[in-house]
Write a protein that binds this ligand. Structure first.
Ligand SMILES: [Zn+2]
Length: 169
């Protein structure tokens, strides 16, 4: 499997969480828009940060010119077709990631080999969930999951539909 985009994804997590490797069981909870191209306004971002920082100790956010791959780390195990549910070969997936990485992840479209449907690398069903984003909210060592009500509140504050990515290293 190619390591070029993987290296970029890992360095992204390390930049966001510089002390993420102090112990072997570290984890970071990323909250990203479901749409990989969008980012909130600065006032929306400020409100979302204040909301999370009132609940968690280590909260940060980042913006990117082009989408970055926000990966689940060691929790990523399998990937499935969102149309027919077939499990996809990781080698096929890695080749699509290589191709998309060539274009700085600006074009994430793929045609899945199982049923031939058009999809997106962002919309494949990952176990555990991961995705692409130009904006990330990151909670290092949150100690718990984000409650459903907290996620809904964040979506309202940011005006965006959100996805949670647990990154475990
Ligand atoms: Zn399929």
């Amino acid at each position: 499997m190619s390591t070029r985009w993987k290296a970029r994804a890992t360095s992204h997590v390390e930049r966001a969480c510089p002390r993420a490797r102090e112990t072997v069981s570290d984890s970071t909870l990323h909250v990203i828009p479901t749409d990989p191209q969008v980012a909130p306004s600065v006032p929306e971002e400020t409100r979302a940060l204040a909301f999370l920082r009132s609940r968690f100790a280590h909260v940060d956010c980042q913006r990117f010119d082009d989408p970055v791959f926000v990966d689940a780390g060691q929790s990523f195990d399998r990937v499935y077709c969102p149309s027919c549910g077939a499990e996809l070969e990781l080698d096929w997936w890695a080749r699509q990631m290589d191709a998309a990485h060539e274009g700085a992840f600006t074009d994430l479209s793929v045609r899945v080999p199982c049923c031939g449907n058009d999809s997106s690398l962002n919309d494949l069903r990952y176990e555990m969930p991961q995705g692409f984003a130009r904006f990330t909210l990151s909670i290092r060592e949150p100690g718990r999951d984000l409650a459903a009500a907290e996620l809904r509140e964040l979506e309202q504050l940011l005006g965006l539909a959100l996805r949670v990515v647990w990154a475990r290293t």
